[in-house]
Design a protein around this ligand. Structure first.
Ligand code: ADP
Ligand code: ZN
Length: 210
């Protein structure tokens, strides 16, 4: 299964990607995580991406397309993969097509804008390992501490309320046209994001069946 998860920032793509990764035993690939990792390591790509990511703007297409090309060439992608946060623009989708990759399904997780800001304010990430949490939907066992590695949980700079509005605007303008792009190919399914993570997961897994 070659799957793309679409949706606004904060719609829960990352959480659903983890669930499907466990269920189908295929890797979940998040361009956001790859970029933040590079940033933390201070690589050249990370430095290039920093100003964009901090401002909530999209990293240039050629940079993310390069990241995805390298990642999809790895052995663990042979039986399929889940793309979380890529493509985010039409040129990125066209680049996937140009690589000869045939996507089986695109699941769009819909959450109304009014709910996004509230959801994003509850997001926390681990300073050390990048694991993500949510105060309401996916709370760590101990407040402020990563379950996986014990390091401190922080709020991402780009999850602050003013940046969130910028990201939402960019989502509607640059990413949402992908719904039509994949709908025209007959592979788009729409899932309404639910209050409970497990309820959204059930709908998402069902959307992979037909
Ligand atoms: P979220 O999970 O909130 O949607 P991500 O972690 O996927 O956010 O992405 C965070 C940031 O990383 C984006 O705001 C953008 O700056 C950059 N980024 C990630 N994926 C892409 C992409 N496909 N194209 C351009 N920029 C990207
Ligand atoms: Zn951690």
């Amino acid at each position: 299964m070659k799957l793309i998860l679409l949706g606004a920032p904060g719609a829960g793509k990352g959480t659903q990607a983890e669930v499907i990764c466990d269920a189908l035993k295929i890797p979940a690939i998040s361009t956001g995580n790859i970029i933040r990792d590079a940033l933390a390591k201070g690589t050249e790509m990370g430095l290039k991406a920093k100003s964009y990511i901090d401002a909530g703007k999209l990293v240039p297409d050629e940079v993310v397309i390069g990241i995805i090309k390298d990642r999809l060439a790895k052995d663990d992608c042979a039986n399929g993969f889940i793309l979380d946060g890529f493509p985010r623009t039409i040129p990125q989708a066209e680049a996937l097509d140009a690589m000869g990759i045939e996507i089986d399904r695109v699941v769009d997780i819909e959450v109304p804008d009014e709910k996004i800001a509230a959801r994003m304010s509850g997001r926390r990430v681990c300073k050390a390992c990048g694991a993500s949490y949510h105060l309401e939907y996916k709370a760590p066992k101990q407040e402020g501490v990563c379950d996986a590695c014990g390091a401190e949980l922080i709020q991402r700079k780009d999850d602050h309320p003013d940046t969130v509005l910028e990201r939402l605007e960019i989502y509607h303008e640059r990413t949402e046209p992908l719904k039509d792009y994949y709908s025209a190919k007959g592979i788009l399914r729409v899932v309404e994001g639910q209050e409970e993570v497990a309820d959204t997961s059930a709908l998402t897994l069902k959307a992979l069946e037909d």
